[in-house]
Every structure is written in structure tokens, then in C-alpha cells.
Design a protein around this ligand. Sequence first.
Ligand code: GLN
Ligand code: ZN
Length: 748
Amino acid sequence: MDRATLDMVRTQTLGYPRIGRDRELKRALESYWAGKLDSAGLMAAFHSVVEDGWMTQREAGIDRIAVGGESLYDHVLDWAVRFGLIPARFGALQGLDRLFAMARGVPGIAALEMTKWFDTNYHYLVPEIGAGVVPEADFAGFLELVERARATLGERAVPVVLGPYTLLRLAHLSIPLGVALGKLLPLYRELLASLASLGVTEVQMHEPAFVLSGADEARDEVERIYAGLADAGASLNLVTYYDDLGDAYPWVVQLPVDAITLDFTRGNSLALVEAQGWPTGKVLAAGVIDGRSVWRLRPNEVEDTLRRLRAVPSLQTPGALRLSISSSLQFVPHSASRETALPDPLRGVLAFADEKLGELTALATGDLSGARAAWAAFERFAPADEAVRARVAGLTAGDFRRALSYVERRPKQVALPLLPMTTIGSFPQTREVRQLRSRYTKGEITLAEYEAGIDALTAYAIGVQDGLGLDMLVHGEFERTDMVEFFAQKLTGFAFTQHGWVQSFGSRCVRPPIIYADISRPAPMTVREFAVGQSFTSKPVKGMLTGPVTIINWSYPRADIPRQEIAYQLGLALRDEIADLEAAGAKAVQVDEPALREGLPLKRDRWGIYLAWATDAFRLATCKALPETQVHTHMCYSEFGEILEAIDRLDADVISIENARSDDATLRDLAIYGYPREVGPGVYDIHSPVVPAAAFVEAKVRSFLAHLAPERIWVNPDCGLKTRTWAEVLPSLRAMVEAVAKVRAELG
Ligand code: GLN
Ligand code: ZN
């Protein structure tokens, strides 16, 4: 890099963690909702978290700092409110009451729907835009936030606005896109003019939806609205992330904006720029530092990308190329430097939000020696596990196929009454369970005492299921905090942070494990609890496992080991676990894959590759089960209509699915597809505290009979029961048993 280029290099961020270093905002929100903190207190906590993020970025020397994406609950909800996209049912509410009612619902008024934000583990609230809605500007709060940012950061502050195409693409839109864009255009113009009048010179217009398949179809409408924004007063930086622009690249880069930010850490933006060129006079902000991984940059990779970008003629003008984080940093924790319990060589290659700011400035000055040394030390610390790698390399087709087909193996498996009843795995995680665990982790009780406590809970859960008359039982998962963390703690290759919380939605945070090395299973993970559960009953108890794909999707995997390799390593560990469960007497195992669907790539043409290795990893885990062992799987959280073939390919004997909230949609899809094995569509919604009446469950079961032969149907709740109380679970399961008894009697 020559000096002149260097001096012109500008760094930018796209957003910062929002919940606070010590989850201050989470605590403030929960106190506010509990009536223990007033709105002034809540806003003070919010502003202090926000200011901390601004100051940290300023001190790191970032030139352009994204501001205004900070949020009390969710940024998409904020923009829906700012544009007056308020469904009529919230009409009587105002201010924070309305905001939180839209987010969480209040008695009698349903919240907006919540769904995953692109392919991340963050959830946003889905705006509803119906024919009756009249957009109306309410930008005061946003403008006030921007003014505060300018007071702290001056020219460095760049307001973030959620772009019109993305807002509408993510919404439930019951009017044509063009009509909705037409209604929003004057409001966007008004917003940009107001920002300009504050003295703002650059605005980040976030349009991640441009990377989605189908963006091309909206080309005319998008070109029209961006033409309408070109003279609205502020210079626009059009920001895209999570993938490349694909087919939309040629026209998106020609939109009348001054700068465009592309993601160079996912998809293949580099190939597009090299093959199709870059428009002269437009700034390219290159997202070369991955805002979604927890890993330090790999110097050679980033340098190679930048060298190739600098070879593009139109990017050789001073100032034409900026360095950027690839996305908002909201998907990574605050600071790896606090994780002092981790071994130094591992901590040395972790980069959370604050470290990534440092990387950005190091990249601008060309000094990547720190990263090089850190990776060299890490490679000595965590070399490949050759035995594990060899085992994966030695897999053959036979490792992915069950010995007998479903039709051949089914008669060998457990015989159960028609419409067998089961549950999904967990039973209430009561205060008693949490206290037991915390006393054990604090060292107040011994392992033996802890296990005795868990076993007593298991005995109770088994007794309940036996007493009610369920057919296939579960031990209750009392020993598990979380379905991924539990397994991660028992496998090699995983590390855990102390402070590594990231926002999942609203005040809810998760602390995903980090996969830093090859994975193996030093000892059985679930056999003790299974055996204890089975010892209390003569009915079959399911061995309960979390599937390889879900473990990966809810962790931070190593960026330089292919996900397929990691998934196969997990698959082999689970396969060994299933063999041990069988040896301990398990007649059925359940391998949960609730996150299978959410791992789908954003671009449809890459679905096939993902689904192939994802389903293979599941098959690897399950297909060496004995023909006599009934393999169950469970999925929830999403519509499965689009991946039925992949679900079929899992070759599970029984699949239980979330169904109660979708009006049998998933079941219908499975029936139309001709799903050839057994299905347990959920009969009631476990997310709601409402106890279903027996008549309700009965109607559900009857509706299943309209789609599937009775021998194919299982009866179970939608998902695990860990978030419910026993007072809710007992009558709900009783209703299920009563309903099934009635239908069984008729079927004879
Ligand atoms: N077996 C798990 C449970 O019952 C499944 C949870 C899930 O699907 N998210 O809790
Ligand atoms: Zn579930």
C-alpha cells in the first residue's frame, strides 16, 4: 500500500452490540416491565449503553461510526413505528406502551410475529402493512438520538436507516410492493431532509434484502425509489450484507448513491467486482472483517482480497475504497479480552466487537503482525485431531444408510397402541431444578447429591407420564441447561465464554459455545440419565440427543474448518452415543434438529449443497442404529414446506413437528408430499400458558386423520415443556390422553 492510498483509507462500522457489556439494557428492560423502573430510568440505561458503544468506537479510531441502529427492543420494530406502520389493534396505545405491546403483546392484543433476521440467530418483529395502513412520520426520537450521537462523535456519526426495500421485503405486505414503496417514498425523503438539516453528510441506508433471491424482480420499483431519494439532501451509503448481490449486482451498483458497502466475508462479492467492474466515482466500502464470527481475521485472506480490489481501475482513485466490518457487530459479544478463563492461545485468536474495531484500524495501517503471531500460537495449541479427521475421511456410503428400509425395520421396533402418545423431551425447569444446579456449580452440594436431586425429578416425571398413560416416555432433561450447551460441555473442541452474551431478541440473550477444534466424545453423555429414567418404568423411554446441524447452527464454528467436516465429526460422536444408549437398553432415540431449516443459505441456488451435508450428518449420526431402534427426530420454529425432501431424506422413523399454531399447514404439506413414515404433529401450543381442553385436542387428532393413516400418527405437544409449569403441563397432558382415548375407542 502506498502512503497516499493509506491516508485516504476510511474505516466504518455498521452497528455495535446493543445489550450492554454486562447486559445492562436487559436488566433495565426487565425491571421496567416488572414495574420496578420508570421510563426515565429505562431511557437512562439505554443511553448509557449507547454512549459506551459510541465512545468505544471513537477511541478505536473509527472514521465513520454507524449510529441510530441502537434499539430498546428491535430495530425493525423501531422503523415500523417511525413510519407509522401501526396495526389497528394497537391504535389506543402510545409511546413505550405501544412499542412493547407490539413487541410482546398485552392481554387481548397479539404481538407482531417474530422471525429470524436473515440467516442469523437474531429475531426481528415482522411489520404488518395492510391496505388500511397510512404511513405517518414520527422521526423525533430517531433525530434526537442522531443529535446525541453528533454531540459525542461529530462528523464521525453516520445515521443508519433501514432501507425501503428491506423494510417491505421483511414485512407482511398485503398491498403491492410498488404501492407500498410509493407511500413510503415521501417519508424517506422527509427523513433524509431532516437529517441533512441537522448537518448530517452521510447516511447508511441498510438494504440487506438486496442479497436475497428475488431482489431482481423488484428492480423497477427499487430504481424508482432510489431515484426519488437521490436529491433528498443526504449522501447515501447503500449497505448490503450477509451475502453477495448475485444477479442484482449490475443494477444495484448503478443506483444513484455515493457509496456502496458489500460483504466480502460471505458469498462471492469479490468475483462480482472483478468480473463486472466497479462504477467510477462511487466509493466501495469493503466489509472484509466478519461481523458475525468470533474469530480474528486471517491476514493472508484479507490482504489477498484487498490486493485484488486495489487492482480494479476505478478503485485506485484516492478514497474510493473504504474498510468496513461486514455487518453490524450485534451478533458477537463485546470483548474477548474479558474471557480470562480461556487459554491464552485461544483467546488470542478470538475477536469480539471491540477486538474487531482494533482489527479494522490495524488493517488500515497495514499492521497485521499481531494476528499472524496469534494464529501461529493457536495452531500449536490446537492442532488437528488426526484420529478424528481420519475417521471422517474414511467414511463410505454405507455409513450413511440404515441397514434395513423403514418397511423392513418397522415390524422389529417397539409395538405401541394406535396413536401413540409421547412428549418432545423436556419437562418443567422449575425453580427447584435451577436451584439444584446453581448449588452444585457453587460447590454447595456434591456431584452425588446433585445427581440424586436430578434423579428424583426424573422419577417424578416418569411417574407422571406412566400414570397418565403416555406410551413412549422421556426422562425430562432436568440435567440440561440448554440443548446445545449440554452436549458441547461433554464433547472436546468446544469453549465457553463467561461474558459472551449476544441478543437473541428483545431482552433475551444467548451465550453460544465456540467450536475451536476437532470434536470427539471422551465418554457417554446421556446414558446415565436415560438408564435412571428407564429404571422407573417398563414403558420405553427415548434416548434424547441434539442433532449435529443444530449444534453447529447454535454455536460459533471455526471459520476455517468446513461446516460439513464439523457436522460429520458431531455425527460420529452422536453415533457412538446411540450405540451406548442401545447397550443400556434404549428402544428409541430422538435426535432433535430444530435448527435444520434456519441454516439454509440466503440464496436458493445454494440450498442443495447445505441440505445435502446437513441431512448426511443426521444420517451419519442415526443410521448405524439397530433396525430394532426407533429413530425419532423433532423440528420446530419454522415452515417446512420447502424442505420436505430433505426431511424425508433424514430417514427418521418418526418425526414430531410444531403444528398447533400453523393450522395443520405442516401436516398438510407432509401428507401432500406423501411422507412415508410416522409423524407426530403437535396437538397444542406449548408457548402459551393456556391449557388446551380435551375437545380441542380431540379435534386436532381428528384433523390429522383426514391427512394420514392412523398407523402413521403420533400424538404429542408442539415442543419441549421446559418453559411451562407443572400446573400447566399436568392438565394439558391429561387432555391429550382423554382425547386420544376417545378417538382410539372409535378406531377400535
Ligand atoms: N428435546 C428438546 C426439548 O424438549 C427439544 C427442544 C427444541 O426443539 N427446541 O426441550
Ligand atoms: Zn421444538
